[in-house]
Structure formats: C-alpha cells, structure tokens
Write a protein that binds this ligand. Sequence first.
Ligand code: SAM
Length: 315
Amino acid sequence: MGIYIWGTGCGASELLEQGMELERITAFVDSFPGGTEFLGKPVLLPQQLTAADCDLLIITARHADAIGQTCRELGIPERKCLFLKNNSFLTDRNSECSAAEEILGKELLQRLLPRQHIVPTPAQLAAGILPEQELTNDYVRLATLELLCRKLAAVPGAAAELGVYRGFFARCINLLLPERTLYLFDSFAGFGEMAGASESFQAAHANTTVQKVLDIMPYPDRITVKPGFFPASLDGLEERFCLVSLDVDFYETTLEGLRYFWPRLEKGGYLLLHDWGNPKLPGVSEALKQYEKETGASLPAVPLCDVSGTLVLSK
Ligand SMILES: C[S@@+](CC[C@H](N)C(=O)[O-])C[C@H]1O[C@@H](n2cnc3c(N)ncnc32)[C@H](O)[C@@H]1O
C-alpha cells in the first residue's frame, strides 16, 4: 500500500497530530525538500512519484492549484488525491477522491478534512442553493457570513434583511440560520422617489417579485416577507435580532434602518452594512455618520475587503 504525503512542513505535522500514523506513510513528496529524509521517511521530488505505486496522495501543502496540475501531469488520478488545504477552490476538490475513505476510514478522514471555509455540498450545488458562480463573485462576503452565523449559536433573536432584491444574500442567511425567522424587507419595486437612483438602477431593482424570492429560499417556512417601502412596511413590528443585513444603497433608508435595527440588535449580534466602503454609494457611510452623531455613540465595527466594502457592526 503506497501512501504518500505531499509537504514536509506544518501541514504534515498537523496531519500526524490529527492521527495519521507515521508507520503507514510510504514517503513524503516536496518540490523544495530540506533533505532526503523527513521523520525517518524518504522525501521524493514530485517527478519521482509514480501513479502505479501511489494508492493515496495526501496533499498537506497550500498551493493546491499548482499541485493539482502537477498531479494531472504525473497521471495520478483525482480519486487518489486528498487535498487538506482546499480554500482557494470553491467546490469540493475532494469529491472524486474515493481512495481516502477506503484507505483511511471514515472517522480519520472526517478529522482531517478542512472545516473553516464555505464549500457547498454537491447536493446544495445541484439544488442551486449556493451556485458556485455566486460564491466566486464575492467569496469574502459569503465566507464572513458563514463564520458570523456560526458565532450566533448562543445569541437569541430573529434575522432580517432590509434590501432583498432577488434574494441572493437572503437565501444564504436562510441556509445558514435555518432555525431562525428571517424577515425580508423590500418594496420589491425598487428604491422609491426619494433615494436618487438613476432610471436604469431603479428599473433593474424593480425587476423582482416576492414569489421569485420565496422560490429560491431553502427554508421558506422560516421567511416572513414585509413588502412595501421601509420604514412604513414595519407596520409596528416589535422584534429582537441576532443578525441584520442592511443593503438599501442610499442615505435615507440606511439611516432609517440603523434607527430601527441597531437598538433591537441583541448583544453578540451582527449588523452587516453593505456598500459602506463603496465610493459609488456614499450615502451609506454618510447615514452611519449621521446615526452616530444623533445617538452620540461610536458603533464598534470592522470593515471587510469584500467586493462592495461591507462594514460589520457588532454589539
Ligand atoms: C442592492 S439591492 C439588495 C441586494 C441584496 N441584499 C443582495 O445582496 O442580493 C437593494 C434593494 O433595496 C430595496 N430598497 C431600497 N430602499 C428601500 C425602501 N425604502 N424600502 C424598501 N426597499 C428598499 C430596493 O428595492 C432593492 O431591491
């Protein structure tokens, strides 16, 4: 049985700490080896690896794209390659790797696989719940949402999005917080007259319906739609929140959203202010400044390096 480990650095050390037995390892592989032996095992150059000898190749190094390419050139099939550092790739790089479970067993494999990144399961991709293309568009935004949702386990309250459009981000919230009520606030008819949206921007955002949004929700029974112009659409709603996505692009509604949601956000909760760092939509950051001025508070916040410059406010 040929079990090869790509990498002789920290990743290899983690692998052994997590329960991979050194005695089972045939040899290590490294493009820049520090010597001919590592922990008493031979270290090969990639070109010395032969597909016939290799039953399983566990890749502990980070450069998964380049290593994957080398494996293809060496003729090592995907079913024999297990990538432990997968986070530059948005689908599951290991979906074809049947050898890993056969050779390592289910229990060890689960312990080894990477956890802290958003990779939809093949079933989710097939159901169109998190299309790969959308993940690729703004990985930082979605991976942050995933991480924050995990941190909310002990925080009570509902989730809400003000500014839903076609429900793309709402769908992610619904997927990640399936137990929570999710309030969706939108006119479903664009921005209204006050906002200052151009004709085309307005027309594009009017091109949605409540039904289209509901149709893509993974847990539609958890959704409460609040159609109409905010804040009138609140209609006296009294609720507490663990997570709020505020994404309405313009000054007035952003300010109204902060006035309503910030006092109702639970301790430990998050408010995601989309477009705060977007130079094309300066009203968003101006609204936050105004809210801080009128409340005398400086809200604790961390800016993200996502596509539109989200600001994460935390309580
Ligand atoms: C940028 S889109 C939201 C995109 C969505 N959050 C996403 O990431 O997929 C902004 C939405 O805010 C809505 N909106 C803006 N001002 C509003 C108001 N005063 N009341 C209700 N909806 C409003 C618009 O109709 C539009 O659909």
